[in-house]
Design a protein around this ligand. Structure first.
Ligand SMILES: [Ca+2]
Ligand SMILES: [Ca+2]
Ligand SMILES: [Ca+2]
Length: 172
């Protein structure tokens, strides 16, 4: 029983996901340290108001112009050149292809619009924090923000089941 409690405690420590808000301003936000070699899934959710001339709202990857139908989200490349995506949520000063999905049954695919504005990106920890920043040409007219959650992979629930399975096998 003691072993089980200790294992549960370890899993609890291991499963510490962290979540924070990235505001659309000039100041990057650092995550906590990511364990070296550990895989993590970054999930970002939400929209923010960018108020630039021909765009009002953006999520982590796509944006929508105020003078068009609200569901016509599109990609706005700086100087019309990918991969510099205006309003993107950048990781460590890099533009990335956030993975989206058309609905909950669809697989996550790179640079796909998510109607629920949830996107993911998997990374391997290297004992450093990850730097998040929203890209914009003018920050003074922005409001809102994006919520970032970082979870170790596999999910803690899977780890708990694996741990229990190991204990049961050992008792046999
Ligand atoms: Ca702006
Ligand atoms: Ca983009
Ligand atoms: Ca992008």
């Amino acid at each position: 029983m003691k072993k089980f409690l200790f294992l549960t405690y370890l899993l609890f420590l291991y499963s510490q996901a962290f979540a924070f808000t990235v505001s659309p301003n000039d100041t990057p936000v650092d995550s906590s340290l990511l364990t070296d070699g550990q895989e993590y899934r970054i999930t970002v959710e939400g929209i923010w108001d960018c108020s630039n001339d021909n765009v009002t709202f953006a999520d982590a990857e796509w944006c929508v112009p105020y003078d068009e139908t609200p569901d016509e989200w599109y990609e706005y490349h700086v100087n019309n050149e990918p991969p510099d995506d205006m309003f993107d949520l950048m990781i460590d000063d890099q533009f990335i292809d956030w993975y989206g999905r058309a609905n909950e049954q669809s697989p996550w695919t790179p640079h796909t619009f998510s109607p629920d504005h949830i996107y993911i990106y998997d990374v391997i920890g290297n004992n450093l924090p990850i730097k998040f920043k929203i890209y914009d040409s003018f920050y003074g007219d922005n409001t809102g923000g994006l919520t970032v959650t970082i979870n170790p992979v596999p999910e803690p629930a899977t780890l708990l089941l694996l741990g229990l399975g190991g204990l049961i096998l050992r008792k046999k």
